[in-house]
Write a protein that binds this ligand. Structure first.
Ligand SMILES: [Zn+2]
Length: 383
């Protein structure tokens, strides 16, 4: 057909589509999109023996490659974004950690420009509206109760690019803040919370739709006090984030969430900090010092786990090879579900004609061998 850009046909691979896995499938890339048919002079790339899956979508990520999304310069933030892209994350939301309100508003301005130019898919504010009882790696002195006026201040500073707020919804102002976010199409996520079961149900009824790293930074599941975990797992309106790095969750906890919520309600995230894709050493997470040893990040003061050093290619491989989650379910949890939550499933999150050519090539052991974003190889298989 005249006027069409040359296309490339990725042939011979197992291609994971929303409808199932196609053996010896084809993905046609034309320009920056996936196409339904190839031009006559299309180039063919033989990917026999590989899997082709949609690019990963990470909705909770604080940094990587030695760079922090909360404090880094624009160049450093871009380094973090590129680090995660090289691990298959083609759509990324930048998460901040607790800081002063003015500082967070300032960061929202910087990050929003990267959203506008297409490098980020949005901003996630994790803190300061969280519980001192479940603060994790957030500065206790800077925590505050959720206040709709302050939530709005950060939303305004982000100029329409705020995608998610993590809130301890049981605190004063929590439910009003959930309602405000829901009204504006911003995800209200329940996390770093000390809520009871009943309080969690109330927040879901008010419009909260995500559990921030389920199990982590919230009360455990008790038989008389089922707490937030039972409420979040049982409600069809909620998607639960899971950090599958082998440190944050026991495999049985991951399996419990997959079985109970189903793959359609799980979002695999990294919650990565600067050391992801970089290495062990001393780092800063907002104002707090963190030591990373053997890939596990802990606060210097108090020993709390301080984010992860996970990348989503590792989470994918672990979910399939260690936890034995079916490949199609992992694809749904790592690409489609977060894309749907973020409101970008019309562009990314599955390998369908018309969408961005964002894809990951994995070998038979689920090791990443290629990444394409908007039709360009970030890592070319075999290169
Ligand atoms: Zn986080």
């Amino acid at each position: 057909m005249a006027g069409r850009a040359d296309s490339t046909v990725l042939a011979g691979a197992r291609v994971v589509l929303p409808t199932g896995t196609v053996e010896n499938g084809r993905v046609i890339v034309e320009g920056d999109r996936i196409a339904g048919s190839a031009t006559e002079d299309a180039r063919t790339l033989d990917l026999t023996g590989y899997w082709v899956v949609p690019g990963f979508v990470d909705m909770h990520n604080h940094g990587g490659g030695g760079a922090s999304f909360t404090s880094g310069t624009v160049d450093e933030v871009l380094t973090g974004i590129r680090t995660h892209r090289a691990h298959g994350t083609t759509t990324l939301v930048a998460s901040t950690v607790t800081g002063e309100m003015d500082f967070l508003a300032h960061r929202a301005g910087i990050l929003s420009e990267l959203v506008q130019q297409g490098d980020l898919a949005g901003i996630h504010f994790e803190g300061p509206f969280i519980s001192p009882c479940r603060k994790g790696a957030h500065s206790e002195g800077l925590l505050r109760d959720p206040d709709p006026a302050e939530v709005r201040k950060l939303m305004d500073a982000a100029r329409g690019t705020a995608k998610m707020f993590t809130l301890a919804t049981e605190l004063p102002g929590g439910i009003e803040s959930v309602r405000l976010l829901a009204e504006h199409g911003v995800i209200a996520a329940i996390g770093h919370t000390d809520a009871t079961y009943e309080q969690t149900v109330e927040a879901i009824d008010a419009g909260a739709t995500v559990a921030t790293h389920l199990f982590n930074a919230m009360p455990g599941l008790g038989h008389r006090a089922p707490g937030p975990i039972a409420a979040l797992l049982e409600d069809e309106r909620v998607t639960v984030e899971l950090i599958n790095d082998g440190t944050h969750l026991h495999p049985a906890a991951l399996e419990l969430a997959y079985r109970h919520a189903g793959a359609a309600r799980v979002a695999l995230i990294t919650d990565a900090m600067d050391a992801a894709g970089f290495g062990d050493g001393r780092y800063q997470l907002g104002p707090l010092a963190v030591d990373v040893k053997d890939g596990v990040a802990r606060l210097v003061e108090g020993d709390s786990i301080a984010g992860s050093t996970l990348t989503l290619d590792t989470a994918f491989r672990r979910s399939v090879t260690v936890d034995r989650i079916p490949v199609g379910d992992v694809v749904q949890s790592i690409s489609a579900n977060p894309a749907q939550l973020l409101g970008v499933y019309d562009k990314v999150g599955s390998l369908e004609p018309g969408k961005d050519a964002d894809l990951v090539v994995l070998d038979e052991d689920f090791v990443l061998k290629g990444v394409m974003r908007k039709g360009e190889w970030i890592i070319e298989p075999g290169a």
